[in-house]
Design a protein around this ligand. Structure first.
Ligand code: C2E
Ligand code: CA
Ligand code: CA
Ligand code: CA
Length: 278
């Protein structure tokens, strides 16, 4: 047992060393990659359930490293947050999403909003409203076609969270709460924040067919959102039955693999034509 314990420990430290060095390699590679155009933005359609039309696209960053291949944002976003690269990375995504959405509008595609994820670290940065305003000016995109997705964690990270939100709303952009229900904050913020959309986390959507309690939670979130005059969108929708459930509960919008995976910008136009025909 003693030998096993020792081996176990050895194994653990090796694994730990490996993950520590991968992290530090990635944090260096991140900074370099930003200057080398290794990052792109993919887009996932958001569907209005009643009319079955596209009402938005969520911008999701992608990193194709020349040697390590595709690295998932779930891995590199936390590293970018810890090392401060999130500011440049976030600004890149914001600029790119605004530019792309304007280009789609100019190409004659019916206008929709582009939703950009804003990390709590970015949100706490004093000049976020200026960064957003610059992205709008540079692209020529009207503010109403930009939505910023914030998580509940912005409340902990910025004392001036509500003031910052009002500054952003004053620019004309829309705000949504991402991953709703997975944080630890109290619900009281819902009446204080100038938001217009709640995004139900895929953690709840996933089990609405199999778990009565998750189904009850999703129904309750939808009703609460509507009572508060908020729009509600379900994330991670993968099946027809989930769509039927959400429609029956009058959920406003849905997003997920059932409709589409996040796609490169070039494929969005193709998707759009097919979606309109269907
Ligand atoms: P998120 O904002 O909650 O984004 C939704 C994630 O769910 C995306 O993963 C998306 O590809 C995935 N997804 C969409 N539909 C489905 C589905 O039907 N089933 C399943 N299982 N998954 C689905 P992705 O792109 O890997 O991003 C992971 C997380 O990384 C995001 O979660 C977000 O927190 C962060 N992230 C991605 N792009 C950005 C960005 O530009 N800025 C910041 N700050 N964070 C980002
Ligand atoms: Ca999101
Ligand atoms: Ca989410
Ligand atoms: Ca998430």
């Amino acid at each position: 047992a003693k030998a096993d314990g020792k081996n176990g420990y050895q194994f653990f430290t090796n694994e730990l060393n490996e993950s520590v060095s991968r992290r530090s390699n990635l944090s260096m590679a991140l900074r370099k990659g930003l200057g080398r155009g290794e990052f792109t933005v993919h887009y996932q359609p958001q569907i209005q359930l009643e009319s079955e039309t596209v009402i938005g696209m969520e911008a999701l960053v992608r990193w194709q490293h020349p040697k390590l291949g595709m690295i998932s944002p779930g891995e590199f976003i936390p590293i970018a947050e810890e090392t401060g690269s999130i500011h440049r990375l976030g600004e890149f995504v914001l600029n790119e999403a605004c530019r792309q959405n304007k280009a789609w509008q100019d190409a004659g595609i019916p206008p929709f909003r582009v939703a950009v994820n804003i990390s709590a670290i970015q949100f706490a940065q004093k000049d976020l409203p200026e960064v957003v305003s610059r992205a709008l000016d540079a692209s020529g995109l009207e503010a109403e076609y930009l939505e910023l997705e914030l998580t509940e964690s912005v409340i902990q990270s910025a004392d001036r969270a509500i003031d910052t939100m009002h500054e952003l709303v004053a620019l004309g952009v829309h705000l949504s709460i991402d991953d709703f229900g997975t944080g630890y904050s109290s619900l009281s913020y819902l009446k204080l924040f100038p938001i217009d959309t709640l995004k139900i986390d895929q953690y709840f959507t996933k089990n609405i067919e199999s778990d009565e309690k998750d189904a009850a939670l999703v129904k309750t979130i939808i009703r609460m959102a509507h009572e508060l005059d908020l729009n509600v969108i379900a994330e991670g929708v993968e099946t027809e039955n989930q769509v039927a459930f959400l429609k029956a509960e009058s959920c406003n919008q849905a997003q997920g693999y059932f409709y589409n995976r996040p796609l490169p910008a070039e494929e969005i136009e193709v998707f759009f034509q097919q979606f309109k025909k269907a």
